[in-house]
Design a protein around this ligand. Structure first.
Ligand code: OAD
Ligand code: ZN
Length: 246
């Protein structure tokens, strides 16, 4: 079966690079983007230029974020996160590339330095001008006090979640490190992503072109199934859980 084949590929590999999307966190109660009920089926994304230009857009963006606060705060690593963390502890995974912003790979035991976050992190805020970081509790306090989304205390530019919005430039260091990992692994695992958002979706192909085996685990077809060595079209937790005994 596919799972047996995956087990063999993992056993044979010496450098495994996982690449994750929102599908790995749905069992943790966090909705993905494009499945039925996903975030982009409910809300239109707020592009970066709109966030910069409009106080209303900034207020709406923070209103949405705090509406999800219980969801993010309560979420614990799922079976997929735990399985990847166990491969990491075993020394088979030099680093993980993620499009996710939920901090759950760190929570599962990856050192922060070994989690390459392509789309940032939603568990804190960041000034879009000078890059100063803010705790969400500070943002909430300002919102409650003034009724609107706050600006940076240092430079006066808007504070946003530390995530990458459409139209915002990609984090250079993360892009460089993700390319490095993709080019030098022998097994690349694309897990829980529709693989439609670029440039992130370029890494599975980059790994494949550099000679790695490519496995895609996703319960729906993806845009890149045709270049994969193995496609497991199945639930992520059910597929990876047995690797950590559940
Ligand atoms: P998507 O919502 O596009 O894709 C998630 C995929 O995971 C879908 O194909 C689901 O069918 C699948 N899935 C969900 N739960 C699953 C489960 N339990 N088992 C197996 N498969 C499951 O999410 P991403 O590919 O992560 O970026 O989205 C990429 C980017 O688009 C995000 O990082 C975000 C979004 O816009 C930005 O906001 C910049
Ligand atoms: Zn600032």
């Amino acid at each position: 079966s596919g799972v047996e084949q995956l087990g063999n590929m993992i056993a044979e590999a010496s450098s495994i690079v996982p690449f994750t999307g929102a599908g790995i966190s749905t069992e943790c109660g966090i909705p993905d983007f494009r499945s039925p009920g996903g975030l982009w089926t409910r809300n239109r994304p707020i592009p970066f230029d709109e966030f910069v230009a409009s106080q209303d857009a900034r207020d709406e963006s923070w209103r949405r974020r705090f509406a999800m606060e219980q969801t993010f705060a309560a979420a614990k690593p799922g079976r997929g996160h735990r399985a990847l963390a166990s491969l990491y502890r075993a020394g088979k995974v030099p680093g993980i590339i993620t499009q996710n912003i939920d901090n759950l790979h760190q929570a599962s035991g990856f050192k922060a330095d070994d989690v390459i976050e392509l789309h940032g992190n939603t568990t804190y805020g960041r000034c879009i001008g000078c890059g100063k970081d803010y705790e969400l509790s500070w943002v909430k306090q300002q919102l409650d006090k003034t009724g609107s989304a706050p600006d940076c205390a240092d430079c006066g530019d808007p504070v946003k979640t530390a995530t990458i919005s459409f139209g915002q430039s990609m984090p250079e260091d993360a892009m460089r490190r993700a390319a490095e990992l993709s080019r030098h692994c022998d097994l690349f695992l694309a897990i829980g992503s529709s693989l439609v958002v670029w440039p992130a979706a370029g890494f599975p192909m980059m790994a494949k072109e550099s000679g790695a085996r490519l496995v895609i685990i996703n319960n729906e077809p993806t845009d890149q199934d045709d270049i994969a060595d193995l496609v497991i079209r199945h639930d992520i937790g059910d597929t990876l859980g047995p690797f950590v005994g559940n």
